[in-house]
Design a protein around this ligand. Structure first.
Ligand code: PA5
Length: 350
């Protein structure tokens, strides 16, 4: 399916087809990111800040977890309008906005510039592309998708490729290739698994997603996909941390919560998840075992599953997976109520 302009109306069938066809935009984005050569002075500190909101900000969560696991820069994820006060020359700020018009992210980009940090803008266009060109900053223009959240492969793979090619993320090339191969080869498997998960979701209430800690970015992504596409509320947590606090409340609620477990299928995670579920005794349980050999592949698989299952669940619930009204309303509130994103470089305010 051809990639579409973000403003076009998209049917549920087209939206689903786009998610199922992630392989092609993922491969293009990886090649584009890997071709970027940052100026030598852009990232000498070993610190990278990834700024973005919603479907765009999600890319930062993955990069942060992968860098901690595989090695690379110290990554800080910002989902708001403020670049950390410590950022400056030698640090790299990656401003990610699919539309290019998200005020919080525009604000971060302007701050990065005024603080003397290196800036890479990742976007389909909009104001962010305009400003990056005007400022002479590095710009990665990614391919269109029906909606920012459906453009996860464009954003994630272009950033991962760019960081990897510039020595800021130690992802093995073969592993990235395997993850791309998985998107190409496993459409049948993802459709089947997504259908089963969607059937569970439409009967679910008080959904608590629990992931093993390395898979937490996918749990957060699933929560957001269920919110935006399926219009379903859920919460996302990780073990072992939740076992030291939230577990107490889940056990007290016990029979009234539905647990959705993201299991990497390796120890000690599978045992910890199983035992935690045993301590809660949820009303219903759904366990997803991540497909793939490595953390990268498992994260890509679960993210794909989240997208496809959330669209299927929307269709089963009779809601439109593409349209957003409250999120758009909130974007207007931010525009009216804050000075963020004026486009002029300035230091962060308290
Ligand atoms: O997927 C969506 O539509 C949202 O989560 C957006 O990503 C969010 O509102 C931020 O917009 P953008 O990704 O264009 O910066």
């Amino acid at each position: 399916m051809a990639e579409k302009g973000a403003a076009a109306m998209v049917s549920a069938e087209e939206f689903l087809a786009y998610y199922l066809g992630w392989a092609a935009p993922a491969r293009r984005a990886y090649a584009a990111g890997a071709a970027v050569r940052l100026p030598a002075a852009a990232a000498t500190s070993g610190r990278v800040v990834v700024c973005g909101m919603g479907g765009s900000g999600a890319a930062g969560d993955y990069v942060e977890t992968l860098s901690r696991t595989y090695g690379g820069s110290a990554v800080t994820v910002v989902k708001g309008p403020r670049v950390p006060a410590w950022a400056g020359p030698g640090d790299l700020v990656v401003a990610v906005s699919f539309s290019g018009n998200t005020r919080e992210t525009l604000e971060c980009a302007a701050q990065a510039l005024s603080m003397g940090a290196g800036l890479v803008a990742v976007t389909t266009g909009g104001r962010l592309a305009e400003l990056a060109r005007r400022w002479g900053s590095q710009l990665i223009v990614v391919g269109e998708a029906p909606a920012p959240r459906a453009g996860w492969p464009q954003l994630f793979y272009s950033i991962a490729g760019m960081l990897q090619a510039n020595g800021l993320l130690s992802l093995p090339v073969w592993d990235v290739e395997e993850s791309l191969g998985l998107l190409e080869a496993e459409r049948g498997r993802i459709e089947e698994e997504a259908r089963r998960l969607a059937e569970w979701l439409v009967e679910a209430s008080r959904v608590q997603i629990v992931a093993a800690e390395p898979l937490y970015p996918a749990a957060v992504r699933l929560r957001s996909e269920l919110a935006e596409n399926s219009k379903l509320a859920s919460a996302a947590s990780m073990l072992p941390e939740a076992g030291h606090n939230e577990l107490e409340a889940w056990a007290a609620l016990g029979g009234s919560i539905d647990m959705l477990v993201l299991d990497p299928g390796v120890e000690p995670w599978s045992s910890l998840l199983r035992e935690a579920v045993g301590l809660v005794g949820p009303r219903r349980l759904y366990r997803v075992e991540a497909f793939g050999e490595t953390l990268l592949q498992k994260l890509v698989w679960l993210t794909w599953l989240a997208g496809v299952a959330s669209v299927k669940a929307a269709v089963m619930r009779g809601v439109d997976p593409y349209g957003l009204s409250a999120v758009k309303g909130f974007r207007r509130v931010v525009e009216a109520a804050t000075p963020w994103g004026s486009g002029e470089p300035r230091a962060p305010s308290a």
